[in-house]
Design a protein around this ligand. Structure first.
Ligand code: C2E
Ligand code: MG
Ligand code: MG
Ligand code: MG
Length: 292
């Protein structure tokens, strides 16, 4: 069943990317109805403390269970959702669902756990976004510090003055903000300094090549030191090997995320991961959650 074991794995070729116009129009219609038909679900991928191995944050990652095409990943429908004007509703559903899940995990005793949600380019300028997020948090008896919004560096670069103002509003509410895919968006250091963010997420591409490229290794090291000097957290994305994890630990990277620790898991499996994390921490590195 698609939602169980391999929920992290998705198809890589949807009609949005194919030539046939009729098929693409149908696909957009499907997307329009997907929310009401309950075809979306969230997977969760842990961000691990590099020194203790504890799960600090779960990142929510959306999936679409399409009746015909199977499991579809966000890269294949989020851009379409944005251009079709559907992202506001989908984005609101993601925040609602992720907060409801965090509240359940909190009730299960994971009191320190935080949730991270990805925000699309089109969501940031929405009027009233901060207020609506505040309302969701209140309803689930969560505080703004429990939620982290991940915004890609390229989005922040698009309209930097406006973005900065929008970020300020979210920050004033007390949310944590992080720059996703850090290192890929050509931000100037002077601009970065002005952003009210608490963390960088070092792009997977640098981690992926750090074992064979001296340049990547240097970029990882520089980004980690930059974060430290600015007083920010940094998460290394896409950690797949023990060597990468070890190198990143030696560089002082505080948080790690990637298949080495866990693939994105459906809610039930993520709950088991958290439970295992709490009882017998070293066991989470092998067996059920080992990288596939
Ligand atoms: P992202 O936020 O940078 O998420 C990381 C992506 O890398 C995820 O792909 C994750 O499954 C994958 N990943 C994690 N660890 C590893 C690893 O060790 N190796 C490799 N090869 N990949 C790894 P996914 O779930 O397909 O998401 C892709 C992108 O879609 C995300 O990138 C994010 O920008 C966007 N996205 C996901 N969920 C949402 C959502 O709810 N709303 C919006 N607006 N965008 C979303
Ligand atoms: Mg992200
Ligand atoms: Mg990322
Ligand atoms: Mg990425």
């Amino acid at each position: 069943e698609a939602r169980s074991a391999g929920a992290g794995q998705t198809r890589s070729f949807s009609p949005a990317m194919r030539e046939d116009l009729r098929e693409r129009i149908q696909f957009e219609n499907d997307l329009r109805n997907a929310l009401d038909l309950g075809q979306f679900f969230l997977c969760y991928q842990p961000q691990i403390c590099a020194t203790t191995g504890r799960t600090m944050t779960m990142e929510a990652l959306i999936r679409w269970q399409h009746p015909e095409y199977g499991l579809i990943g966000p890269c294949e429908f989020i851009p379409l959702a944005e251009s079709a004007g559907l992202i506001k509703r989908i984005g609101a559903w993601v925040i609602e669902t992720a907060c409801a899940q965090l509240a359940r995990w909190r009730a299960d005793g994971h009191e320190q756990l935080r949730m991270a949600v990805n925000l699309s380019a089109r969501q940031l300028p929405e009027p009233g976004l901060a207020e609506r997020i505040g309302e969701v948090l209140n309803r689930h008896r969560l505080t703004p510090a429990d939620l982290e919004l991940e915004i890609t560096e390229s989005v922040l670069m698009q309209d930097s003055e406006r973005s900065t103002n929008r970020l300020m509003a979210l920050r004033r509410l007390g949310l944590r903000l992080s720059i996703d895919d850090f290192g890929t968006g050509y931000s100037s250091l002077s601009y970065l300094r002005l952003l009210p963010v608490q963390a960088f997420k070092l792009d997977r591409s640098f981690v992926d090549t750090m074992e064979r490229s001296e340049t990547s290794l240097e970029i990882c090291d520089s980004a980690i030191r930059l974060a430290k000097n600015l007083g920010l957290d940094i998460v290394a994305e896409g950690v797949e090997t023990e060597t990468q994890a070890q190198l990143l630990r030696e560089m002082g990277c505080p948080l790690l995320q990637g298949y080495l620790f866990s693939r994105p898991l459906d809610a039930a499996s993520a709950g088991l991961f958290l439970a295992a994390d709490r009882s017998a921490r070293p066991a989470t590195r092998s067996g059920k959650y080992a990288p596939r």
